[in-house]
Ligand binder design. Structure first.
Ligand SMILES: [Zn+2]
Length: 481
């Protein structure tokens, strides 16, 4: 089977055939460094991180460019509010966001570009558009793209220009000849950040950044251009118009867009104050809990994060790592990629992913194998032990593509336990003391007292289990509590 992906440009699921043999050129629009990264940013970064990793896994030679927008109206406004230099503010934000993305195992792209590092390239891009009649400068020092000069405008978002392009606000920009036209270069107001240009001091518009950076690092034509679906119009439509007007060639063969995040059914917004920041998620959840929660969704559909959704995945991951920790005690064996177990897990993983990156199905497969391990654990012998180890090692090796199952079992278990010990306001020493006094009561056959300690701990979220090895404790996760 080969990879099929949904191309937003053709509105069809198509076979993936790169422009140049085995080489894949991919660009995804990155974050505007005007504030902290939220769950929507994390989602987009994870989606394209997984797509990149799966293309690598499939044997392609991928060059992936992701940008930061480090100059724009919002950054300027925010920096002014804080009384700091906009460049310093953007740098500070990018450094912070880089760290947070690394914490959720989003790898750095092959090239991470910043808008402000490509200003001369943007200026020459705009100059060429003016020369060829696709753009015009105004007496006020702005430059606009002339939408009527590009008859295919609207082909990505499927909008018809004559419709009046619903979504375009009535313009108040002086010198603009048509409401549909959009800014390529904006004149700087007095105290704003600026660069010299043939049209005076100013800064680039947002759309021109991505076209320029994509062409600078990847050439005139690329295989995949990605971003959130909120970027389809006008951002990506404008990127196509600028780029294809300049080169006369198709800009990107495939356009991929991830769905948007809703919180309890509502769009995240400042006024509802329902935004979820990545740093808050990281404080609360193991990174794989965050990744799995987001990848359980089909990347193209919107995702509704409801209360308790992350806790569900936390519970699954906690119990899975508990099982893996038991598996580790059975011994070590090298992963055998020729084994039928590896082949089967790999095959079903590829089948899921080859179908437009169906991460949701791929995750279902993990838990099918986790159940299989549980079953085999009930009947341990040399044969089953080897099978169990091969299943676990195969999962760990293959699911690296999704950034899952990559942590040390005992560390994940301890992390999640410590989180709930703090929430339940109980310390491990206290639990151990209680278990000890319960054992004393049991020794003295005072069953009533012994049981009241068990109940007391249960009420506080701690489960105790007696076995031939002694008494062990475990936390009761919130959904079961
Ligand atoms: Zn972009």
């Amino acid at each position: 089977m080969s990879l099929k992906l949904y191309n937003v440009l053709t509105r069809k699921k198509e076979e993936f055939v790169p422009l140049d043999g085995n080489k894949v050129k991919m660009y995804a629009c990155g974050i505007t460094a005007s504030g902290d990264a939220h769950i929507g940013h994390a989602y987009q970064a994870i989606v394209f991180d997984v797509i990149k990793k799966y293309l690598d896994y499939s044997g392609y030679d991928v060059t992936y460019v992701r940008n930061y927008t480090d100059v724009d109206d919002k950054i300027i406004l925010k920096a002014r509010e804080l009384g700091v230099n906009p460049k310093d503010f953007a740098n500070q934000m990018m450094e912070k966001i880089d760290k947070e993305l690394a914490a959720i195992y989003v790898d750095k792209p092959t090239i991470q570009s910043k808008a402000t590092e490509c200003i001369p390239d943007m200026i020459s891009f705009i100059e060429k558009l003016i020369e060829t009649g696709h753009a015009y400068s105004t007496e006020y020092g702005d430059v606009f793209f002339k939408v009527s000069s590009f008859p295919e405008y609207g082909k990505l978002s499927n909008r018809i220009v004559e419709d009046g392009l619903s979504g375009v606000r009535k313009s108040v920009e002086p010198g603009k000849l048509d409401d549909k036209d959009f800014a390529l270069w904006k004149k700087a107001l007095d105290d704003e950040i600026w660069w010299e240009s043939p049209w005076g001091r100013g800064r680039p518009g947002w759309h021109i950044e991505c076209s320029t950076m994509s062409m600078k690092y990847l050439g005139e034509q690329i295989d995949i251009h990605g971003g959130g679906k909120d970027l389809i119009f006008p951002h990506h439509e404008n990127e196509i118009a600028q780029s294809e007007s300049l080169t006369g060639k198709q800009f990107s063969k495939y356009w991929l867009h991830n769905g948007l995040i809703k919180v309890n059914g509502q769009k995240m917004s400042k006024s509802l104050n329902n935004g979820i920041l990545l740093e808050d998620l990281l404080r609360e959840y193991n990174p794989e809990v965050i990744r799995m929660s987001l990848l359980e969704n089909n990347y193209r559909s919107d995702m509704n994060v409801i209360d308790g959704a992350l806790e569900q995945h936390e519970e699954k991951i906690y119990h899975m790592y508990q099982l893996f920790s038991e598996v580790d005690k059975l011994g070590k064996e090298n992963l055998d990629k020729e084994s039928s177990i590896y082949q089967e897990i790999d095959k079903e993983f590829r089948m899921a992913m080859d179908n437009d990156f169906n991460t949701s199905l791929a995750i279902t497969h993990i838990f099918k194998w986790v159940s299989e391990i549980r079953k085999l654990m009930k009947n341990l012998n040399n044969d089953t032990i080897s099978q169990i180890i091969q299943i676990k090692e195969s999962l760990v090796s293959i699911y690296k593509v999704l950034g899952l199952l990559q942590q040390d079992s005992n560390i994940v278990i301890k992390d999640i336990q410590n989180k709930y010990l703090t929430k339940y306001q109980i310390k491990e020493e206290e639990i151990l003391e209680k278990i000890e006094s319960r054992n004393e009561y049991k020794k003295n056959k005072d069953w009533e007292q012994a049981d009241s300690i068990r109940k007391e701990l249960m009420d506080r979220g701690i489960l105790i289990k007696d076995s031939s090895l002694g008494t062990e404790w475990d936390i009761v996760l919130p959904l079961k509590k």
